[in-house]
Design a binder for this molecule. Sequence first.
Ligand SMILES: [Zn+2]
Ligand SMILES: [Zn+2]
Length: 494
Amino acid sequence: MPNHLQPSEITYTRDRVAQILNEARYIPPNPNSNDTSLPIELYVEHSKINTRFQLGDIKKVQLEAASKRYREYCDIISKATPANHLEQLDTAYSKLLECHFQPRDIDATIDGACHKLARLPEVPPSLGNRWTQESISKLDDEYFVNQAHKTWDNLKVVRYVDKNIIRIALRIEIADAQWSGIFAFYINTISSLLSAALELSSVRRPYVLVLQAFLWTSWQRALMLHFSDGLNHQIKLGYDHEQNEFLAVDIVPAIQRELRVGSNRPDVPGYMCKWAFKLLNSDRAAVGLDFRAFIERYEETLGILPPRCIVSTGGDRLQCEGTSPESCTRFKGMKIEDQSAHSSSCSGSGGCKRLFWNEQSYRGQTGARAVTIEDGDHEQLDYRTASSSTMTVSHVWSHGQGGRPENHGTGMNSCLHERYIEIARQFGCDSYWMDTPCIPQDHQLRREAIQHMNSVFATSKLTLVCDRDLMLIDVSNPSTELYESLLSVLLVCD
Ligand SMILES: [Zn+2]
Ligand SMILES: [Zn+2]
């Protein structure tokens, strides 16, 4: 698992975070005013970025301007000595961003920002395809934290947390949950600079590597903070698809090339479907994210299982190539004939009854029908109108819970029905909705049920995600590691 970024003299210290906050304090024009609320102001390249803005309102930094700026950095770093390169570079680079903050509670703000930084990986994935270990080892000792190990991980510019990253962490902390995608513009600015650094540096002077590593590190960290801020916002305030625009930051061709190769294209465990992973990491709102911890957590959780993408007629199990959905039977060609799954705790050999619908009860309701969990004889599935007291069940058809409710259909095993009743009851629900028992085959009823599907999920009290990978995980001891395991499995499950 990549180490987390811990405070130290070579990364960041609480004192430095405090100092950066202090420099960025907003002094209200009327000092007697009790207004300690916003403004939080942010300027990127002297353009004021308001808390509400449209990406299209602001002209992106042109490559020409970025090249000019990059050459300035080259000039600075080539004239600096290896001993003071970091200080000189960060001073120049920090001019890209200007912040005016008015924190409510200074200590809490500093602690919160430090906590955010400490969640980042200690070092970003390397630019390993661009620079070999040999070229890194030729750099001056002063460029390294540990001169005995001249590696990417020990480059000072890779370990050090630049001032702008600390400002971003502070800004997120102060404007808690006021997500506006404000950093998208900043990140796009860094993308342009990074692009200039990767495209223009045909002369491989030592400082070019140092500069590329510095910009790459800063870009990666800014991106991770930006995405975590967006996610945090959605968790606190709910999903808003309009905000997705801000997650779609520019991934310029030079960065795309870096992401496609080397340590940025990690191998995934055999059980993980490569196409599912590709769908995840090439999503517009995930490009450039660091997936190392995700993959390692998955490996720890399900890494011992054999591949499952393709099962040959001889019984061999293979992982798909991840080139297209056609290459994987999880996406194309899997046939499940038997839709009569039992509950995970049922061996199937006992006396489970096959339950079918009470047609009269179904037809007697209007709107979306959910299976009622009220005590009954459990001889049939009874229905009531779905409401905010309904539990929705999301399952995977290929796992075999897809029998239809009519008497001539497959029906549903009583153990499954009882399992869903038990869970729904635990959460104070009066019914559960699942496509299998709630969408009959009758043309008219089916159309009606499908029409209500979105609103049933949207208004239900909770959604039970029923997946066999998730169900393999022992959740009896909750911890951050366990939640990470659940999330890594959920994101690429069936
Ligand atoms: Zn696959
Ligand atoms: Zn059973």
